[in-house]
Design a protein around this ligand. Structure first.
Ligand code: PXG
Length: 291
């Protein structure tokens, strides 16, 4: 594997950054997880735009234009002969000293890894996920806005640990008001009476790229508007269908929450139609992989 660090390519074993990098010392940085399908990078422009938004929110100036960064991502995929894959794009505050002050870091570090990812075993896509609600609440926007895709993912990691310790693979995270925010690395949707609902961004969800794709697919392919509204656990318990969306997860059905079977306990019709429409879309469009 050839890994991009600050404009140069390194073999996997040689791809290293400093222990004084504030990305390591403080989780001070931002990232994107991006997928490639069929020799094209899916929604690259949208991922790059969100990366710059996250960077802006933490006063980190990415030392490269969005266009050049997109080319660097594409070239990294090309050098790694990616057809279908997963790209991790990371921008840290950079090399500094042991103090918290980010202004001692001279230049952000940019890393691009083109690899593979499998979040859940394939049978879960056919049968659906069992989930639990975890005690760790999603970070309130007044502390660290969950709309920022920062390197500080401990909130999500703790929720993931609680899910796995609880015997399932995914956690539903509530906000500090008790409304559903999202899962550890996925947005959440429910279907009720033929309508689709998802928590608003203000409930503490990331503005998911897959979430936006699903909102558009629902409208265009199913003729159903997705409503953004505050959801409680009760809304999930009593839903006809539930599914999660994310770059890593793609679209995966949720069939059980806290011991309550959702709908029939099997992936629902609307979920399956969206999964098919999503798969078709990923095969059709994207930013070409080239040198
Ligand atoms: N919420 C959170 C907290 C995320 O981290 C999503 C929602 C979905 O957003 P996108 O834009 O991807 O549709 C994410 C994305 C992983 C993993 O290893 C997590 C994400 C992406 C890829 C892999 O768990 N998070």
């Amino acid at each position: 594997m050839k890994i991009y660090i600050d404009g140069k390519y390194y073999a996997e074993k040689a791809a290293k950054i400093s222990v004084f990098d504030h990305g390591l010392l403080y989780g001070d940085g931002v990232f994107e997880g991006i997928r490639a399908y069929n020799h094209r990078i899916f929604k690259l422009e949208e991922h790059i735009a969100r990366l710059y938004d996250s960077a802006k929110a933490i006063l980190l100036e990415i030392p490269m234009s969005p266009t050049r960064l997109m080319r660097a991502v594409s070239r990294t995929c090309w050098l790694n002969r990616v057809r279908d894959g997963y790209i991790r794009l990371v921008v840290t505050r950079g090399f500094g000293n042991l103090g918290l002050n980010p202004f001692n870091c001279k230049r952000p570090t940019i890393v691009i890894i083109a690899g593979k990812i499998e979040l859940y075993p394939p049978r879960m896509y056919r049968r659906g996920l069992d989930m639990i609600t975890v005690p760790t609440a999603r970070m309130p926007p007044s502390a660290l806005n969950p709309a920022i895709k920062s390197l500080n993912y401990l909130n999500n990691v703790l929720a993931k640990i609680e899910a796995i310790r609880g015997g399932v693979l995914e956690a539903v995270m509530l906000n500090t008001q008790g409304y559903v925010a999202e899962c550890t690395g996925d947005n959440l949707f429910i279907v009720h009476g033929g309508q689709i609902f998802t928590p608003p961004i203000s409930a503490g969800a990331l503005r998911g790229i897959t979430r936006q794709v699903v909102i558009e697919l629902a409208r265009e392919h199913l003729g159903v508007e997705v409503q953004e509204s505050n959801l409680t656990r009760h809304d999930i318990f009593t839903a006809d269908e539930c599914f999660l969306t994310g770059t890593g997860a793609e679209i995966i059905p949720g069939v059980k929450l806290d011991g309550r079977v959702i709908g029939t306990g099997k992936p629902g019709e609307i979920t399956r139609r969206l999964m098919r429409a999503f798969r078709d879309l990923t095969m059709q469009e994207g930013y070409p992989i080239r040198p």
